[in-house]
Design a protein around this ligand. Structure first.
Ligand SMILES: Nc1nc2c(ncn2[C@@H]2O[C@H](COP(=O)(O)OP(=O)(O)OP(=O)(O)O)[C@@H](O)[C@H]2O)c(=O)[nH]1
Ligand SMILES: [Mg+2]
Length: 293
């Protein structure tokens, strides 16, 4: 029998902080999606395309599922819904230490009609095998997936077994994207995300949640890539916090962001950041659109 080519959309869903973006990166072997210990890090649906002999898997990372509190949240949940609509296979990711009941109600709200693989992540946090097995049973009883796997996206435990499990459920068909594509997003997007990732790691409380990053200039010069980006906040006080005493914090942010952009592009980068105050941008359709939401 002839072996057919397989291709399809494999979309990752789950509550905030489950480890969805960490998993996308582990599956692709590439740092495409930003990660942080804080909730609500991912705001967009991000495609990660894996093309291998015999198959093409188009993964989607999605924002953690939440009850929207403001318009930005609505936009984030629209991204989740678009991924619900075109999924061939759904990867449902939970933190294995979380409550199975609340996970189940989050997942039920999606009304998924596709095949499901349940990934119980962060097993490195539960050493006891009996306790692991009890959690697996508690989650499975609520979700009824095609398959359940215990994994650690961070420590790469069992992550190699995920793709073979997906291939069993993936439809046959020709590839959707050219071989060389790894995402649907332009470089400017990844650059703005890398700045945002550093904002999540350097600033606390409300700052990351009131911030957007917009790349205004992206210029590939012979010896350096020149990038000018705006950081948008909602209040003057947040601007002061971002700057830090004598500009010390923004300097640190610029250095750290530049380093990760250089690593990603494998090129020398000149990065300049400008802070702008736009009151209530998270509630304003025009601003949301301008900032890519
Ligand atoms: N201990 C442990 N931590 C993990 C594991 N996978 C991810 N994490 C951590 O969990 C935190 C959240 O990871 P993310 O990948 O950003 O989670 P997410 O589901 O994409 O979160 P949102 O984008 O906010 O929805 C980060 O601090 C990760 O390092 C794991 O297997 N074990
Ligand atoms: Mg994420």
């Amino acid at each position: 029998m002839e072996v057919q080519h397989k291709a399809g959309f494999v979309n990752i869903f789950g509550p905030p902080n489950a480890g969805k973006s960490t998993l996308l990166n582990a599956l692709l072997g590439e740092r495409l999606a930003i990660v942080s210990p804080k909730v609500q890090t991912t705001r967009h649906r991000i495609l990660g395309i894996l093309t291998e002999p015999g198959y093409q898997i188009i993964f989607s990372d999605t924002p953690g599922i939440i009850d929207p509190q403001y318009k930005l949240h609505n936009k984030m949940m629209q991204q989740v819904r678009s991924a619900v609509e075109d999924a061939d296979v759904a990867l449902l990711m939970a933190d294995i230490t979380d409550d199975p009941d609340s996970f189940a109600s989050v997942i039920a709200s999606l009304q998924l009609k596709t095949k499901k693989i349940l990934l119980l992540n962060k097993i490195d946090l539960i050493a006891d095998k009996e306790q692991q097995a009890a959690m697996v049973k508690a989650f499975e009883d609520k979700i009824h997936p095609e398959k359940t796997m215990v994994v650690s996206a961070l420590k790469k435990i069992n992550t190699k077994k995920i793709i073979p499990a997906i291939l069993k459920l993936l439809p046959e068909g020709p590839p959707f994207y050219p071989d060389e594509d790894i995402s649907d997003r332009p470089m400017r997007f990844f650059v703005s995300e890398m700045v945002r990732e550093k904002i999540y790691s350097l600033y606390d409380q409300e700052i990351p949640y009131h911030t957007a990053v917009l790349v205004q200039t992206y210029e590939e010069l012979p010896h350096v890539t020149r990038i000018l980006a705006d950081i948008i906040v909602t209040r003057e006080t947040q601007k002061m916090i971002l700057l830090g005493t004598g500009g010390s914090m923004i300097k640190k942010l610029g250095m750290q962001a530049r380093e990760s952009i250089e690593k990603f592009l494998d090129k020398k980068v000149y990065l300049e950041l400008f802070i702008k105050v736009r009151p209530k941008w998270r509630e304003n359709d025009n601003y949301l659109k301008e900032y890519g939401y």
